[in-house]
Design a protein. Structure first.
Length: 435
């Protein structure tokens, strides 16, 4: 049995430590049922943005390698196995760009050469991970002339006459990436389709998304890419049920949709994740973007707790994988070509060539290092004083993650596993126990 802990105001960051009781309080109970099995885990990862690749190019090659190992090495790092790329430009690109020349509706000029640093980063990450990194491709906007506002920014809608051309663009993207040896296992219809933003964006109503899926699905199939999954929504939890219901209630669209992607911004309506699962239990759920907005947030422990809280609740509610946003940002929280600066679990002070491991890095590690690809969630119940989730790995090991965001310690008794466990969960800490 092993125990790893991260604790506020202590020099404990994903550190192996004893399982022990240090409080005289009575015990709260967590009961786990190893026979009541739920969803299977695909993996954990982050986004290979152009900003991330660029930041790594600005530091020494040995530091670059160390940074990649910190995420992708299964022993020394977090064991990431999945990732996300933008289909051409996004706000965390160095500028807006396309894979084709303006007004090339034939797509004959299609060229992903600008993405080569991103592809190189994925390939280098695979060497460290010792396995392929499965990639989700998400577009922030179609080419500007295919939209009713004739602009890559501030929303606008894809004109129906361009549905087929845009679907063909997806095919070109997948085949171009796979020609480079990258496993694009899924695509989403549109990143944040309900957001009118001052950067690359496009509005899809649920009805629009449904209509486009009925073009994209057959197009992928005709191109021999029927094994590539389609995700809808790719936006916040708040209206994910209503949005997905429209698409999945259409029998034709239903057959092409693998599942629903979602983000965490502005709300923590975790109940909607389970509600959608209960409505369509045969469809999949994938968390595809989250970060701390508004700059770097150096040393702010509560950002780590935000990650842990979101991950535990979403995993309890049938989420099958978790993809963080940018892998590597500089000390400003960028670069971002519209100044939409954010934090990432690993920040890089470029001038000093210093890698900064944020609290969120360690919190993610409490899941990604120990919950293996193919792990299955075990049903768990009990105290509401702490957050918890449990899994059984393919190798038979049982994993429990427990988070305490409160100001005081709690004694916990875990029942139902191969061994019964009693331990104190410290205030503002997260623990992972492996049996």
């Amino acid at each position: 049995m092993r125990h790893y802990k991260t604790k506020k105001d202590a020099i404990q960051w994903l550190e192996e430590t004893e399982i022990k009781v240090t409080s005289s309080k009575s015990f709260e109970t967590i009961t786990i049922d190893p026979l009541d099995l739920k969803q299977t885990i695909i993996g954990f990862g982050g986004a290979f943005t152009e900003a991330s690749a660029y930041n790594l190019s600005r530091i020494d090659s040995s530091k670059r390698q160390k940074a990649i190992e910190a995420y992708f090495d299964p022993i020394k790092g977090l064991g990431y196995s999945i990732g996300r790329v933008s289909i051409h430009g996004c706000d965390f690109s160095l500028g807006s760009y396309l894979y084709i020349k303006d007004y090339d509706d034939s797509l004959e000029s299609f060229d992903i050469s600008r993405d080569q640093p991103i592809i190189d980063l994925i390939k280098d990450s695979e060497k460290v991970a010792k396995q392929p990194i499965k990639i989700l491709g998400s577009p922030w906007t179609p080419p500007f002339w295919m939209k009713d506002n004739q602009s890559p920014i501030r929303g606008g809608k894809l004109l129906p006459k361009y549905y087929q051309t845009w679907a063909d663009y997806f095919v070109k993207f997948i085949k171009a990436y796979e020609a480079k040896g990258i496993d694009v296992f899924t695509v989403s219809v549109q990143n944040e389709p309900a957001a009118v933003q001052r950067w690359d964006s496009c509005i899809f109503t649920a009805e629009d998304e449904c209509a486009f899926v009925k073009v994209l699905g057959p197009t992928l199939k005709q191109a021999g890419l029927e094994d590539k999954h389609i995700l809808i929504w790719d936006h916040n939890r708040d209206i994910m049920v209503e949005r997905a219901q429209v698409v999945l209630s259409d029998p034709e669209a239903y057959q092409y949709v693998w599942g629903t992607a979602f983000h965490w911004y502005e709300n923590e309506q975790f109940q909607n994740v389970k509600k959608l699962h209960d409505l369509f239990p045969e469809k999949h759920l994938l968390f595809t973007e989250g970060c701390q907005e508004g700059g770097p947030h150096f040393g702010e422990y509560q950002v780590g707790e935000r990650y842990g809280r979101n991950m535990i609740n979403d995993l309890r509610n049938y989420t099958e994988g978790y993809i963080d946003w940018n892998l590597f940002l500089d000390e400003t929280g960028g670069p971002n070509h519209v100044n939409n600066l954010c934090s990432s679990p690993m920040m890089i002070k470029i001038f000093h060539e210093e890698l900064i491991y944020m609290p969120s890095y360690y919190y993610i590690g409490h899941f990604s290092k120990f919950i293996q690809k193919g792990a299955i969630q075990m049903a768990s119940s009990g105290t509401e004083e702490v957050l918890f989730v449990s899994f059984v790995n393919p190798d038979g090991k049982q994993v429990v993650v427990i988070q305490n965001e409160r100001e005081d310690d709690y004694n916990i008794e875990i029942k139902g596993l191969n061994k019964e466990i009693k331990l104190t969960i410290d205030a503002h800490s997260i623990s992972t126990i492996i049996i």
